[in-house]
Structure formats: C-alpha cells, structure tokens
Write a protein that binds this ligand. Structure first.
Ligand code: PLP
Ligand code: ZN
Length: 444
C-alpha cells in the first residue's frame, strides 16, 4: 500500500500491496490495482485524486499500479473468463473489482476485422486488421476512456461530469452520465458536425457550444475548474485525465488478445491530443511486463490531417517540440492544434521505429470510401485519416507490407455524413419501371 505523509498528502513510499483501496487526503478511494499517480516527467508520486499535473515540474500525471505480476497463465484465464466488454481487463485498470456490477455502458471488446480486401488494394501481404471501435455504445473509441473517468468520478464524489470535446467525447460523456446518474454539462466548439451535436445533446445533459476552436474550449474548461462554479465537477479529460487515459490501454489489450495473445508488428493510430496513441503503447508495454504476450519489436505510426498536423509537422522536421497550429480540416474529431501528449507521441514514434504522417481532406474522403468499398465499414473522418495515412505510408515504403498491421477505426461515418455526402448518393433516380432501369444503364 502507498505510504503517505499526513501533512502533505504525498505518497512517499513505493506501493507494495495488492489490489485494494488507497487512503488519500480525500478519504478512502478504491480504484482497484491503481496505487498512486506518478509524474511522467520526474516520477514523483501523488496519492490518487482528481489532479493531473505534477506540483514539482508540471509534468502530466499517470496512474501507477500494483500490477498482478505472477502467473501469466492464471491471469490470462481470468481475463478470458471475464465479461465480453472492457471490464474483462479490470485487474489492469483504475477501477474497483466490482465495476461490472455498476451502471455503465460496458464498451469495448469490439471487432478486430481481418481486412483482406483492403490489404489487397494497399499491397499489404503480412495481414491487415481493422480494430473497429465504431461498434462502441456511442460509436467511437471515447466510450473506453469515459468509462474509466466515470469510476474515478464516483470514487472522488463528483456529481457533474464534464469535458472539452472535439465531438465524440461530448456524446460519450452525455450517455455515460445518463446511465450512471450524473448531471452532465459538456463543451464543444460551436461549429461541429450535426451528427456530433445531436448525439451530444440527446442524452439530456447540458451541451454548450463555445465560439472558438477546441483549444479555446479546453482553456475555458481549465478556467472553470479553478473557479467555484466547477466545484464537484469531474472533467473527464482534464482533472480526471490520468484515469481517462487508461481506457485507451484496452485497445492494446483487445488487439493482442484477439490476435491470440500476440503483439502486432505495426499499428496505425489517429492523433488528436495524442492520449490514445500514448496509452496504447503503455498497454502493450504492460502486456509484455505481465508475460501475457511474448516480447518483440513493434512500430507505432501516428496519423493526422494535413489541416491540423502539429505532431506530424514536428516529426517530419525532426523537432522535439510540437508547435501549435490553428486547425482547418474536415477531420474535426482530430482538430486539436495544441496536443497535450504531442511530445510523447514523437518519443514513441522514434523509440519504436514508427513515423507520423498526414493526409489532405481529399485523401481523407477517398480513404473513407476505400474502407467502405473494400470492407463494408463506414468510418468517420478520423478513420479516413488513419486509412489514408496507412496507404500513404505503404506507398512511401515506410510501412512494411509484409508485417502484421493493425489500423484503428475510432469512429462511425454516420456522425460525419457531410464529408462524403457531396460525392456520394444514388446512382440513378428513376420511375418504377424496367424500361427506366434499362435506360439508366444499370441492367447489367
Ligand atoms: C478523440 C478521438 C481520437 C483520438 O484522441 P486523442 O486525444 O489523441 O486520444 C481519435 N479518433 C476519434 C474519432 C476521436 O474522437
Ligand atoms: Zn514531475
């Protein structure tokens, strides 16, 4: 168990206990195997709480665990006999052991689709898979991260759930709050796609459009947290961010389990704030540490839209710092001009031998249609970015076509109809007669 000094509330010892509750300044918190928060930059430890930045160096905090090291075979069996949602990995997440009994949306365990027809078009021979997270309850990968934040919000006694969102997160928070019985009040840039706006509002919480970019929305939320108005509010991606981020690890767990407890060779992951990509890497590292997969090299590739490409621009220029941009792209779910985890994405791309690349809006639309036409999967613009970047990286000889490759589809095309509507529609509109059908040239 983590040891605290009573006056500062700081964690001073190395946690050595097993799964259980941790006593913090705010009382007893049961977040399962989560033992403390630790600074990603300097390693300083803090007790579990709704904090997100290191008080010594301002580095981001992440969850540190007492992982169930020991018999990997027993852990594998336990996971395999668990629920067919992300709670099968509860022993590796910051959630109480009885999480599956609480009211939540139970996301995860989405399909890993063997994409042979797409592989043939792209010239990939080593096996191509699409991890299809459009199958989550609110049709994006955000349900995974929100599910963790909800448990943290319960543990810390918050009554309102909130977020700054590029669209999908607002819907995921609205739905999760409705199901778990929280008030919700979420914030989005005012000019999002109708599909995102309607989905964020339909669950009955408050939805606020902010006149500005996502980065303006995020700044506003930081202000709200510091104000008495924000008391009792859990912002899933701000003051609950360390817990929220852990949800993305389940993508790594599922992909490996679905591949037969095997690491893929290459992964292509879209980047907004960079949290997902960073935590997928953390999840893969944990699987290796736990002995659940055999260690071998893997490469992580990041995908951005050219109109919001702060990370790929830095990668291609060989910079270590990510210079903020003002987004202008149809991939609005990825339109974060000042990505919090950008520098860590660069580290991971370099460390694993991957890369970060971007595609134009026209290439995004083409890639949405390519995935739809080859695999029957209708992705949103973010998936167009990821598939488009995959194509570009194969053509450039950066992605090895002979290796097993997993591409993440993080959202559903029904939420971004505008992207394809202008160039997609009926082949013909005719009178209900065979003559008219023949005349339209469609009789075969
Ligand atoms: C939020 C989001 C992402 C990635 O977000 P990160 O901030 O990088 O974790 C990817 N795809 C979709 C569809 C999203 O909504
Ligand atoms: Zn620090």
């Amino acid at each position: 168990m983590a040891v605290q000094s009573a006056d500062t509330g700081r964690t001073t010892g190395t946690p050595t206990g097993t799964t259980g509750s941790v006593t913090t300044a705010s009382g007893t918190v049961d977040l399962g195997p989560a033992a403390a928060l630790s600074c990603r930059e300097c390693g300083e430890r803090f007790p579990l709480g709704p904090i997100f930045a290191c008080t010594s160096c301002f580095g981001p905090l992440e969850v540190a665990y007492d992982l169930p090291l020991g018999d990997p075979e027993a852990l594998r069996r336990k996971i395999e006999s668990g629920p067919t949602n992300l709670w099968r990995y509860a022993p590796l997440l910051p959630v109480p052991a009885d999480v599956a009994d609480k009211p939540n949306l139970n996301p995860g365990w989405t399909k890993l689709v063997k994409a042979d027809r797409l592989a043939a078009e792209l010239g990939i021979t080593g096996g191509l898979y699409v991890k299809d997270d459009s199958g989550n309850p609110t049709h994006s990968f955000k349900d995974r991260v929100v599910a963790q934040a909800v448990e943290a919000a319960r543990a810390f006694g918050f009554t309102t759930l909130s977020c700054s969102s590029t669209g999908n997160l607002a819907g995921a928070v609205g739905a999760a709050a409705a199901r778990a019985g929280f008030r919700s009040c979420v914030f989005i840039p005012h000019d999002l796609e109708q599909g995102k706006v309607v989905m964020a509002a339909v669950y009955g919480g408050d939805l606020v459009g902010i006149e500005g970019t996502y980065d303006d929305v995020n700044r506003f939320c930081s202000e709200l947290i510091g104000d008495p108005i924000g008391e009792g509010w859990g912002f899933v991606n701000v003051n609950l961010r360390p817990y929220y981020g852990e949800g993305s690890k389940t993508l790594a767990y599922e992909i490996c389990e679905q591949l037969g407890w095997r690491l893929p060779d290459q992964l292509v992951i879209p980047i907004a704030s960079g949290s997902q990509l960073t935590k997928v890497d953390k999840g893969l590292q944990e699987l290796i540490k736990l002995g659940l997969v055999e260690e071998k090299p893997y490469k992580i590739f990041g995908a951005q839209a050219e109109g919001c490409s702060p990370v790929s621009t830095a990668f291609k220029a060989g910079h270590e710092v990510v210079r903020p941009q003002r987004p202008d792209t149809i991939a609005k779910s990825l339109a974060i001009g000042n990505p919090a985890d950008g520098p860590y994405v660069l580290d991971i791309a370099h460390r694993t031998g991957g890369a970060v690349e971007d595609v134009t809006d026209a290439q995004i639309v083409d890639a949405i249609k390519l995935l739809a036409r080859t695999e029957g999967i209708f992705t949103e613009t973010a998936g167009g970015v990821t598939v488009g970047v995959t194509k570009k990286l194969v053509e450039a000889g950066v992605l090895d076509p002979e290796l097993t490759t997993v591409v993440l589809n993080t959202g559903d095309g029904l939420k971004t109809l505008d992207a394809v509507a202008p160039t997609t529609g009926p082949t013909a509109t005719i009178r209900p007669s065979l003559d008219a059908f023949r005349a339209a040239g469609l009789a075969g």
